[in-house]
Write a protein that binds this ligand. Structure first.
Ligand SMILES: C[S@@+](CC[C@H](N)C(=O)[O-])C[C@H]1O[C@@H](n2cnc3c(N)ncnc32)[C@H](O)[C@@H]1O
Length: 253
């Protein structure tokens, strides 16, 4: 999923993509018959940042998203990638997920960057879990609470950083575009309460959002070196608390 035209954009998805690709590979090996591809649901999949590359691996992807514009862009992107027959867009939302997709029908469910917008995150997680087949895998990505505090402080917005530190939803002010953020403990608790076993937690964008663009864009080899650093730090719990996003991979028991 590395995009040679947008190296910094691919930096932001590098960790999640590595973890997800590995999970898909493992699961696909267990598919019967082997190589038949997986049924993947991308809840709030938007324009297909993940859905299209997953379909390019040979899997069948259903994207549920409330935005008709996003679904239109998804259709176009799938066509450009030559995977129209493996990508299906459905208008709907995480709250009413099982009104638009079958329960217990997916090998892997993605829920990336969506939980932040839900009034009832626990209910949303329960819904995506219900869409999984027995022994299915959930890939959950959500904004990290302390990463935003660090980013506001480094940008010199100390009052906003202070507010983000204590706000119950991790918001730094009225101008904050996100309704809520999470700690790793909150995310793993939501997943556990929905009946899944956590396989891994990774910190995402620990450094990428903090490093001045000029350092990355002008230094030869800097993008690749920063990518390697992100991948190495992602696994270390010490860095989870300052990551911009947190990724949880979990299995249905
Ligand atoms: C930050 S984007 C993430 C898109 C994609 N998952 C990705 O990782 O690139 C958030 C997406 O969530 C969708 N969304 C917002 N509210 C939602 C809801 N209640 N249920 C499902 N999706 C929702 C938006 O339309 C948007 O496409």
């Amino acid at each position: 999923m590395s995009d040679p035209l947008r190296p910094r954009a691919s930096l932001r998805t590098a960790v999640v993509w590595e973890v997800l690709k590995d999970a898909l590979e493992r699961r696909a090996k267990a598919a019967v018959p082997e190589g038949s591809g997986l049924d993947v649901l991308d809840t709030g999949g938007g324009t297909g940042n993940f859905a299209v590359p997953v379909a390019e691996l040979g899997h069948r992807v259903t994207v549920v998203d409330p935005s008709p514009d996003a679904l239109f862009a998804l259709e176009r992107r799938a066509a450009e990638a030559g995977v129209t027959d493996r990508v299906r867009g459905v208008q709907g939302d995480a709250g009413g997920l099982l009104d638009v997709v079958e329960s217990g029908a997916y090998d892997v469910v993605l829920c990336h960057g969506v939980l932040e917008y839900l009034d009832d995150p626990a209910g949303g997680v329960r819904n995506v879990v219900r869409a999984l087949r027995p022994s299915g895998t959930l890939s959950l990505l959500a904004a990290g609470r302390n990463g935003a505090v660090l980013a506001r402080a480094i940008a010199g917005h100390f009052g906003e950083a202070r507010r983000g530190l204590t706000d119950p939803d991790g918001r730094w002010g009225e101008g904050d575009p996100l309704p809520r953020r999470f700690t790793a403990e909150e995310l793993t608790a939501l997943v556990g309460e929905a009946g899944l076993e956590v396989a891994s937690v990774h910190g995402v964008r620990v450094f990428a959002d903090l490093v001045p663009g000029v350092l990355v864009d002008t230094e030869p080899g800097a993008v690749e070196a920063l990518r390697e650093l992100e991948l190495a730090a992602a696994e270390l719990p010490a860095f989870h608390s300052i990551a911009t996003q947190l990724h949880v991979l979990a299995h249905r028991g």
